[in-house]
Write a protein that binds this ligand. Structure first.
Ligand SMILES: Cc1cc2nc3c(=O)[nH]c(=O)nc-3n(C[C@H](O)[C@H](O)[C@H](O)COP(=O)(O)OP(=O)(O)OC[C@H]3O[C@@H](n4cnc5c(N)ncnc54)[C@H](O)[C@@H]3O)c2cc1C
Length: 376
């Protein structure tokens, strides 16, 4: 949970300089990029407006295999092999072919940072001219610049403005307490288009509401859900969530994670995809700093790699639009029908393969990288 560690006042000295690589944003995507550059010899700077891991940006649930593959297993708090889906007319239990784990954000970011050999500093990014990035502490220049700053895509000429942009919105509370089940609710009493969740994480529970419609306000239903679950509505955390893929490069910049719309529609799962595309981006950047590729080649290959996943995102967006239109009784019956083991294995297997953890493990990031391989 938030700990104010960021430099303030007199500590906020000017920051400027030239680097081989500048990564803006030190959360899931930015740290995954920097981690791929470890040992490459590149002079890499990561900047963020907060200290690493200071401000949690999600409910922090991800496939266990991904957390292990990223070397951050020690941050896990609780592991679930079943997803419980509640609707007003039925409850379905999906026994998953793989597990989800909740984790501690601060610890996870620290463990990723331990695997980097970059420099880090706090600075707020305001914009850029060419590959010079302007911050509240000065201008930083690098031939290779990554925007891992989240949905605002700060370094892009064309920003997103809610509520007109293709964004969902999510808000959650973090009461202390314990629970045994990873639960979601598809209940229009809480949110007409979207879902609600309760994710236990050992000594706290993350209870929230996500709306696919950015105009729908989620604070009141979040508080109501917490009350219904007899949890305290305390320690709020929320943000906009992109549900449309965007170009992964532009004007010489690499965009990764939410800044490239890498969060999956329907489920709003954006941590493993931030890792996945962060690794892909980092591998391309490594080829450049090791003299094996030109920057333009790296940009093209990374952009194409990201775009090759577009059809997955398009399909998931179609389902996101469809689910709120299905009559509730029919939806409940359909979910009950989907409880069958063979269907769950098939559908969740496909879902994981959109960004599979094997991508993190092989090929070794220290080895020479051949062509990027799609995990699909
Ligand atoms: C309420 C909620 C719950 C969620 N739960 C889950 C979940 O359980 N599992 C899941 O997979 N996904 C979840 N998501 C989605 C997930 O949080 C995002 O997809 C994911 O965080 C994207 O990672 P990222 O690194 O691209 O961006 P972020 O995690 O948003 O990181 C962006 C970083 O950039 C920094 N930054 C932003 N602007 C500036 C600036 N101007 N200057 C300097 N630094 C800046 C921020 O401080 C931050 O560190 C949830 C989202 C919400 C809103």
């Amino acid at each position: 949970m938030p700990r104010r560690a960021t430099k303030r006042g007199a500590e906020r000295t000017p920051l400027a300089g030239d680097y081989d690589l500048l990564v803006c944003g030190a959360s899931f995507a930015g740290l995954a990029v920097a981690r791929e550059l470890a040992g490459s010899g590149a002079r890499t700077l990561i900047i963020d407006r907060y200290e690493i891991g200071e401000r949690q940006t999600s409910a922090c649930a991800a496939p266990t295999e991904w957390l292990e593959a990223m070397g951050v297993g020690a941050s896990m708090r609780q592991t679930f092999d079943t997803l419980v889906v509640n609707t007003p007319h039925a409850t379905a239990r999906f026994h998953l072919p793989w597990t989800f784990s909740t984790f501690d954000y601060h610890e996870l970011c620290g463990l990723l940072w331990d695997q980097c050999d970059a420099e880090f500093d706090t600075a707020t990014v305001n914009g850029r001219s060419a590959t010079t990035v302007h911050t509240d502490r000065g201008a930083i220049t690098a031939p290779l610049v990554v925007d891992a700053l989240g949905w605002k895509r700060v370094l892009s000429a064309s920003g997103y403005q809610p509520p007109a942009a293709p964004l969902s919105r999510g808000l959650e509370v973090h009461p202390f307490g314990a629970g045994d089940e990873l639960e979601i609710w598809i209940d229009r009493d809480y949110v007409p288009a979207g879902y609600s969740w309760s994710f236990p994480a050992s000594d706290e529970v993350r209870v929230g509401v996500g709306s696919f419609d950015p105009r729908f306000h989620v604070r009141e239903p979040t508080v109501r859900l917490a009350q219904d679950l007899e949890r305290e509505a305390v320690r709020f955390q929320g943000n906009w969530i992109p549900h449309k893929l965007r170009a992964a490069t532009g004007d010489g910049i690499f965009f990764v994670g939410d800044s490239a719309g890498h969060c999956l529609p329907l489920t709003a799962e954006g941590i493993r995809t931030a890792f996945y595309f962060g690794i892909a981006c980092g591998r391309e950047l490594r080829r450049v700093v090791e003299g094996r590729a030109e920057p333009a080649t790296a940009r093209r290959r990374y952009r194409d790699f990201s775009a090759a996943h577009e059809w997955h995102f398009r399909w998931m967006l179609r389902v996101q639009k469809l689910v709120p239109r299905v009559p509730p009784r029919l939806l409940a019956a359909a979910l009950k029908g989907m409880e069958r083991g063979s269907f769950v294995d098939w559908s969740f297997g496909h879902y994981l393969r959109i960004a599979h953890p094997s991508f993190a493990r092989a090929p070794s990031r220290k080895a020479q990288q051949p062509e990027l391989q799609l995990a699909t």
